[in-house]
Design a protein around this ligand. Structure first.
Ligand SMILES: [Cu+2]
Length: 158
């Protein structure tokens, strides 16, 4: 009798655990904590997006990005070759388990190629992030001048 009760409890706990993990799979596990798209002069057809994503789920990878404002969005990294810094396309950016992915002007970034129109400072642009498991998530990023410049400006006292 006691054994049967234990077995029943175990079954219920186990069932609850399975429910939990499948519910987690459905929920958004990646959160945007920061990001912007670099404002460029109207004559420049390309720009770049930078963002910080917090991953609250299993390890995954950002494998593609789509946006209505550009012909193509590529994942780029910066590499140094013979003292020259170059951009190189990569197949994905890793999002470690319970970790963070940070894109910045000094490193990995999302390259926006062939802008349909000039992006105005202050407007918000939609990016669709596509992950290795095929899941998608939309984020809105503001258009603004480079972060470094903004910080520099902040320290400029009148
Ligand atoms: Cu690039």
């Amino acid at each position: 009798m006691e054994f049967m009760t234990l077995k029943l409890i175990f079954k219920q706990v186990f069932g609850a655990l399975i429910l939990c993990s499948s519910a987690q799979l459905m929920a958004a596990q990646v959160q945007l904590t920061d990001g912007f798209i670099r404002a460029m002069p109207p004559s420049v057809p390309n720009s770049a997006a930078y963002l910080t994503l917090k991953n609250e789920g299993d390890a995954t990878e950002l494998v593609a990005v789509e946006t209505p404002v550009a012909r193509e969005a590529q994942l780029h990294t910066l590499i140094e070759e013979k003292g020259v810094v170059k951009m190189r396309q990569v197949s994905g950016f890793a999002l470690p388990l319970a970790g963070e992915l940070a894109l910045s002007p000094s490193g990995d970034h999302i390259m926006l190629l062939g802008l349909n129109r000039p992006l105005n400072e202050g407007e918000h642009i939609e990016l669709t992030l596509i992950f290795a498991d095929g899941s998608k998530q939309s984020v809105q990023l503001p258009v603004r001048k480079d972060d470094g410049q903004a910080q520099h400006h902040h320290h400029n006292h009148h």
